[in-house]
Design a binder for this molecule. Structure first.
Ligand SMILES: C[S@@+](CC[C@H](N)C(=O)[O-])C[C@H]1O[C@@H](n2cnc3c(N)ncnc32)[C@H](O)[C@@H]1O
Length: 256
């Protein structure tokens, strides 16, 4: 091998270019780690109300259904489902979140459960599995989705941060250890086609996205296919309605 080629290969492996931004991506300061108050700040309230209003307006058949809320946090979605006479079961991997959940909703069934590692099957089957704000905090999104699909009879409602790109890829990201983030600091930013690919592989024949997004800047961006995961200071988010059967709903666009 020519000397020039050896130097070239060595510089590639030592990674002066390839790994340049990695150390910055791997650091977090202790100040970035917050407890359950993360669920109550103004940003959280803004996006909660935008998503709740949006789901209400989608007119999906939710009333009276058996619903599993996966990654329920401290329970900000519980009243939405309880007000619709749903039989609600809520799970979250963090005991401190479930303790707060129980203090607000003592008569709602709830469990400390890691959806990536623990089967949901002992909880029974659900008409609707609700998974907002969780998918991108998972280190094993495929295992979690398989677990959720196994107990879902009708619809999986999934909201996630995304990466703006056409191919089915997912970018690994460093997350703080705050109470509303990934369990061990490993999160993902999947592309929409990655999410749809997995949903279909796990048995959802029909996949839809809302024609109108929630009124929040995270949802109202233009696709540029440039691998952005944030833009103009906002995350990029999408909602997917995955169904075992065809849905007739004029608020949804069929994407598969
Ligand atoms: C951003 S919060 C979302 C809360 C709520 N679903 C919402 O949309 O407002 C993410 C929640 O997922 C939980 N979580 C993270 N990884 C989890 C896992 N592997 N299994 C279950 N819950 C998990 C966190 O503890 C946190 O409460």
């Amino acid at each position: 091998m020519a000397y020039g080629m050896i130097v070239f290969m060595a510089s590639r492996v030592s990674g002066t270019n390839v790994f340049r931004s990695l150390s910055k991506q791997l650091t977090f300061s202790d100040e970035d780690i917050v407890g359950a108050e993360a669920f109550e700040d103004e940003d959280a309230k803004y996006i909660d109300s935008a998503r709740i209003e949006h789901l209400e307006n989608l007119m999906l058949p939710i009333d009276g259904k058996r619903v599993l809320d996966v990654g329920c946090g401290v329970g900000h979605w519980s009243d939405f489902f309880l007000n619709k006479n749903c039989a609600l079961v809520s799970v979250d991997a963090r005991p401190e979140n479930i303790n707060i959940f129980r203090s607000h909703h003592p008569s709602t069934e709830s469990h400390v459960l890691n959806v990536e590692t623990t089967s949901l099957s002992p909880l029974g089957f659900f008409d609707i599995v609700f998974c907002y704000g969780l998918f991108y905090h998972l280190e094993n999104p495929v295992m979690a989705l398989r677990n959720m699909a196994a107990v879902c009879k009708e619809m999986l409602l999934l909201e996630t941060l995304v990466m703006d790109y056409n191919l089915p890829l997912s970018r690994v990201v460093n997350e703080s250890l705050s109470a509303n983030q990934a369990l061990r600091g490993i999160g993902h930013r999947p592309t929409p086609s990655y999410v749809v690919f997995l949903l279909n592989k796990e048995g959802f024949e029909k996949i839809y996205t809302p024609k109108m997004p929630p009124c929040h800047p995270d949802f109202t961006f233009e696709w540029r296919n440039n691998m952005d995961t944030t833009r103009d200071g906002n995350n990029l988010r999408c909602i997917f309605v995955a169904s075992k059967n065809k849905l007739e709903n004029e608020n949804l666009t069929n994407i598969l």
